[in-house]
Design a protein around this ligand. Structure first.
Ligand code: BJ8
Length: 427
């Protein structure tokens, strides 16, 4: 990490990072990554690509963003899968995910936010305020959205420290809600044209729709391959792939993950997996897990189980649905985008019965022995919806473990005990 630090020091200085604090963060992350990722046995060769991307996530990738900016392209940071990446790409801009999964910068964040704010919100505030995130600082525009109350109130303050645009996302799925969202998509298109100085054409949007669909398809292929018994990839590695999908160049990412899926296919055909046959197969469901939030997957797989899927926005919730590619003009493409994005089953919607159906369907398709429902502490949408998930899974005869946690490592022992007891209970 220190070699990396020296190589990119000037760039980070220009991005106004707090260099000593940032160095310290990279040091901790490197150690964490070694312990959780590099210590795994029998990893796929293709994971070397992901190891490289992660080792350069604040280095080479940021350098690429800076080069894109020097060529006149804009960098757009997002927090939520409701923001249509297709419109960002169609405007010639680069889209990066900004969700943060570490408690660094909490003291600074808590000067603005109540302590009992969800970890994800405190984390992106902290990263900005403590000068720790080059993605945030490199963004020409940051796009927020009115999903949960915590986020929408936090954006009112965040907008005073960063170039922020907020998209309105409805909370229901009726006709009026669809119209509202369509108006927001059109406004966002206009915003993207304004900041990039280029009109979005049908040709550019069509191309962007196909590219983002390609990314979703490759991740769908990854999900399907995990249905094999034994699973050809660990849940930790699969989560990492889904996380990197939000940072990496989309074309390069698709090429690397397609190759990795070929390798996985070989393993499946040979009946090889990452765990001995009979290891308990678990589906994670709930809040998104942003980099470097790998705590729970580490605990679950440390208990001898294997995670076979993530029903989450860093997982199937953002890859399940494709945008219809048959539209040939801009109005039809906008309709296709609206249709696809309105299918996202975030717990911010009410009622949200489709999420319950999707969890059951995914658990069955992946041959899961049980579901681990994961809610961040103080996340009301997922914390409360967990009760509906519990009732539904009980009806379906699928065992459930409900976990509420945050980014701290204080509860690791407690989590281990609970997960081990659950795995043992599964027999
Ligand atoms: S579409 S899940 S990415 S909003 S964890 S900040 S909900 S209090 S992240 Fe999300 Fe979009 Fe929905 Fe997905 Fe609020 Fe809960 Fe915190 Fe959350």
């Amino acid at each position: 990490m220190s070699e990396v630090s020296n190589k990119y020091k000037d760039m980070w200085e220009r991005l106004e990072l707090d260099l000593p604090a940032h160095d310290q963060l990279l040091g901790v992350l490197g150690q964490f990554y070694n312990d959780i990722y590099l210590s795994q046995q029998g990893r796929l060769m293709g994971m070397e690509y992901l190891d490289f991307v992660l080792s350069e996530v604040h280095g080479l990738r940021i350098q690429e963003l800076m080069e894109a900016k020097a060529q006149g392209r804009k960098v757009v940071g997002t927090f939520c899968v409701f923001v249509p990446e297709e419109l960002v790409l169609a405007a010639g801009a680069v889209c990066v995910g900004l969700c943060a999964g570490a408690e660094a910068g909490y003291p600074q964040a808590e000067a603005y936010l109540p302590r009992n704010t969800c970890a994800l919100i405190k984390s992106f505030f902290g990263f900005r305020l403590a000068g720790l995130c080059p993605f945030t600082n490199a963004s020409d525009l940051i796009v927020g959205e009115t999903t949960c109350d915590g986020k929408k109130k936090a954006y009112e303050i965040f907008g005073e420290m960063a170039p922020l645009y907020v998209m309105e996302v409805p909370q229901t799925k009726g006709r009026a809600a669809r119209e509202l969202f369509k108006a927001e998509v059109l406004k966002f298109k206009q915003k993207m044209e304004e900041i990039s100085g280029q009109a979005i054409t049908a040709q550019a949007l069509g191309q962007a729709i196909r590219l983002v669909n390609r990314k979703r398809r490759v991740l769908q292929r990854l999900t399907k391959l995990r249905a094999a018994e034994p699973s050809p990839i660990s849940g930790r590695d699969a989560l990492l792939i889904n996380q990197v999908a939000f940072y990496d160049d989309p074309e390069r990412f698709c090429g690397a993950i397609e190759k990795l899926c070929d390798e996985m296919e070989g393993r499946v055909q040979a009946g090889q997996g990452v765990t001995p046959p009979g290891a308990k197969r678990l589906l994670m469901s709930g809040c998104p897990m942003a980099v470097p939030n790998w705590k729970l997957p580490f605990v679950v797989e440390g208990a001898g189980a294997v995670i076979v899927g993530e029903e989450s926005c860093i997982g199937t919730r953002s890859t399940r649905e494709l945008v219809d590619e048959t539209a040939i003009d801009l109005p039809a493409m906008i309709e296709a985008l609206v249709d696809r994005y309105m299918k996202i089953d975030c717990a911010c919607f009410t009622p949200n019965g489709e999420r319950l159906d999707n969890i059951v369907k995914l658990a069955r398709e992946l041959g899961a022995d049980g579901v681990v429902h994961y809610a961040l502490q103080f996340c009301q949408p997922y914390g409360i919806e967990a009760q509906r998930v519990r009732q539904r899974l009980q009806q379906e005869g699928i065992p459930l473990l409900r976990i509420e946690t945050d980014y701290s490592m204080e509860d690791v022992e407690l989590l281990k005990n609970r997960v081990e007891a659950f795995v043992e209970m599964l027999g």
